[in-house]
Design a protein around this ligand. Structure first.
Ligand code: PLP
Length: 428
């Protein structure tokens, strides 16, 4: 037994499923998860001392590679002044100023401790602002584990939400309407059938959570127009795409302005941080400026703010990071496509900037139904074939990979070579 396996056996007796977040348990790909001990630059190291090239990067935050020196130094510098005050600090003001300057649509912002908190608060604010109850989300988009978001889509565009998890009440689910991604007609039907009842439409402007799915031309503008027409608050969930697809996120990259934006992951530099923000008129309903309650003992925590500020300052001051991330993403996608061709496979790769997914399906993937057509057992075998070659992918087909700028051209070539060998191995 490896040390990781031993730890997992023990963890299962103490922690539900042995992990603190389900996808980590490798259920979707089989086998036992790696227990990670450390990371540096493009690599992580497991408890058995094995080195892996990182293509998850903590599900996004480590966009500059692991233990990036300026972030590490900022944390070291901050801890000497104590770890938490529960009182306002200068760093929170600096953080708000930086976010407002970087993200095009944000005029005012509130810090929270995770992406889930950000999305939960954003819909409460939208409901408080509009006085309406319902929300629209897209099938296959993940917005954290808040009750309102754990809703499976039905078979059509106009189905009422049903709970996706025990513990979510039918009443909560009934307020969440779902539509297939990239389907404007379905959104229009929902809005027409629920006149003056929909508070918010929330979406991932590029989806990471059904694998990488890219909005079709006109889709984001279309939802913007429909939201304007129906007085619906448009929320871009940029927990994954924020500070990744551009320094101002997907909204900058696509030139579409949402009313509210949710942020997480990169904004904390690896610490537990989230944020939501948007038009001042809407954000002014948040307590204590307005009546919509939202709070947090550790919100704006000084250590977390220090890590996040160092991260965001670096990204703000080095636009070349984004040129390089695009280049890395394109190189990998091109190399992976060549690997597929050599293996005689016609599978789909979706890539935009530093987000990409190899879908084990010949269908082009533009919504969750397409993504679900993938050969999942094949993906499981491919995942382990990559792991054996020292490449750490997300352990599920329904995830995007996230590269960091720490990936050198030599490492990109190594990953491309591993992909080619892994595909040939699993197809033989
Ligand atoms: N929104 C999106 C788009 C996400 O990808 C995630 C997490 O992966 C969340 C929200 C929830 O964030 P957290 O896991 O920090 O609660």
């Amino acid at each position: 037994m490896t040390t990781s396996e031993q730890l997992f056996e023990k963890a299962k007796t103490l922690i539900p499923g042995g992990v603190n977040s389900p996808v980590r348990a490798f259920r979707a790909v089989g086998g036992s998860p790696l227990f990670i001990k450390s990371g540096k630059g493009p690599y992580v190291y497991d408890e058995d001392g094995r080195q892996y090239i990182e293509l998850i990067n903590s599900w996004g935050p480590m966009i500059l590679g692991h233990a990036f020196e300026p972030v590490e130094k900022a944390v070291r510098d901050a801890i000497q002044y104590s770890f938490s005050f529960g009182a306002p600090t200068r760093k929170e003001v600096e953080m708000a100023e930086l976010i407002v300057s970087m993200v095009p649509s944000i005029e005012k912002v509130r810090m929270v401790n995770s992406g889930t908190e950000a999305t939960m608060a954003a819909i409460r604010v939208a409901r408080g602002f509009t006085g309406r109850d319902k929300i629209i989300k897209f099938e296959g988009c993940y917005h954290g584990h808040g009750d309102s978001f754990l809703i499976a889509a039905g078979s059509g565009a106009v189905t009422m939400g049903v709970p996706d998890s025990p513990g979510v009440t039918k009443a909560t689910a009934a307020d969440t309407l779902t539509a297939p991604y990239n389907n404007l007609a379905a959104v229009e039907v929902l809005l027409d059938n629920n006149q003056n009842q929909v508070a918010a439409l929330i979406l991932e402007p590029v989806v990471g959570n059904m694998g990488c799915v890219i909005p079709e031309p006109g889709f984001l503008q279309g939802v913007r127009d429909l939201c304007n027409k129906h007085g619906v608050v448009l929320i871009f969930d940029e927990v994954m795409t924020g500070f990744r697809l551009a320094k101002g996120g997907a909204q900058e990259r696509f030139g579409i302005t949402p009313d509210l934006t949710t942020l997480g992951k990169i904004i904390g530099g690896g610490m537990p941080v989230g944020a939501y923000g948007g038009r001042a008129e809407i954000m002014n309903v948040v307590s204590p400026a307005g009546p919509v309650y939202q709070a947090g003992t550790l919100s704006g925590n000084p250590i977390a703010m220090s890590a996040g500020l160092a991260m965001l300052h670096h990204l703000n001051d080095h636009p070349d990071v984004y040129t390089r991330l695009d280049e890395i993403g394109e190189k990998l996608a091109t190399g992976f496509r060549a690997g597929l061709q050599k293996a005689g496979l016609n599978y789909t790769i979706n890539q935009i900037g530093s987000m990409f997914t190899l879908f084990m399906t010949e269908r082009s993937v533009s919504d969750f139904a397409d993504a679900k057509s993938c050969d999942l057992p094949l993906f499981g075998r491919y995942f382990h074939a990559m792991l054996k070659r020292g490449v750490y992918l997300a352990p599920s087909q329904f995830e995007s990979l996230f590269v960091s700028v720490a990936l050198t051209n030599d490492l990109i070539d190594e990953v491309i070579q591993a992909n080619e060998e892994a595909l040939l191995e699993v197809m033989s």
